[in-house]
Design a protein around this ligand. Sequence first.
Ligand code: NDP
Length: 331
Amino acid sequence: SCEIHLTRRPEGLPNKECFKLVTRTVAELKEGEVLVKNHWMSVDPYMRGRMIDQKSYVEPFALDTPLEGGAIGEVVESLNPSLPEGTRVSSMNGWREYFISNGKDLQSLPDTSVEDQAFLGILGMPGMTAWAGLMQIAKLKEGDHVFVSAASGAVGSTVCQIAKLKGCYVAGSVGSDEKARYLMGELNVDSVVNYKTTSDLQSDIAKACPEGIDVYFENVGGKHLEAALNLMNEHGRIAVCGMIDQYNTTNPTPGPSNLSQLIIKKLKMQGFIVSDHWEHYPAFVQQMSQWIQEGKVSWKETVFEGLEQAPEAFLGLFSGVNTGKMLVKLS
Ligand code: NDP
């Protein structure tokens, strides 16, 4: 079985030399254990943070052991009666083809008409992040004017759709015209800014949000945050989900120069980590599954084939290679 190890802690943007493909033999199963073959694995921006040796909300990745992350697989051998062969499972044991488990770290997937890998995207952690950020953190209300950065990604594209379904005006920012066309054409987003081609980000966001911003769903940080602060309406809410603009910086990033906007406009700005909101996951899955069945929500995937492509897929998150969820399909 093959697996991918982190061999050194990257500084700045990681390169392929930070990763190593390692082959090892799979041990014999013991009583109570199952052998899982992964079919899909997720790469996510938060993994960059775990590559640094720092105290955070999750432990840093250890060097020279398999990396970890969301994965969907299937039990192919079982000495555990509660997990028979053929059971489809999700786990945090990605970045490897096979693994042995006693079942405690596995969740069986429900029988739905949706493809399994949706549980790494729209019905999984990224979808739940969009939901928690909008509903629990930003306390989204019908009629809110919402702005979301990294709007065509896994989280962002879900934010756009939930906010539209809740009767909001939605604008987003993306890094290509093709992504802008996708959001406007397929997801009915009201207005989109291409932050890579604009000469004045704030004035373009202002044009995209002619009545200001009530809710900013922050995925990027930096200039996006500064511009949004200036364009927030009174009593606006900022759900701070991510700051991908800063994940590969080597120097501390200066703070926005205009934090006093928080006072003047009586804004609320709150960071969150999706795992703290997991008690709402069942309600989220029920609502999202219903929207999917009714054809009210759609999603895109960008798929790299083969475990050896996983580092490239991961690095592609930082240059915007993906539209929707970035996934690796294991052969
Ligand atoms: P995405 O699918 O959105 O992929 C990342 C996207 O970010 C890229 O496609 C790219 O799109 C954009 N991007 C990359 N670098 C930059 C940059 N420097 N400036 C602006 N945009 C950039 O990833 P996710 O949906 O998984 O994650 C989105 C955000 O949510 C991340 O910040 C992530 O860390 C955060 N997150 C937070 C969680 C939490 O619990 N708080 C949980 C999950 C995610 P483009 O072409 O538009 O540049």
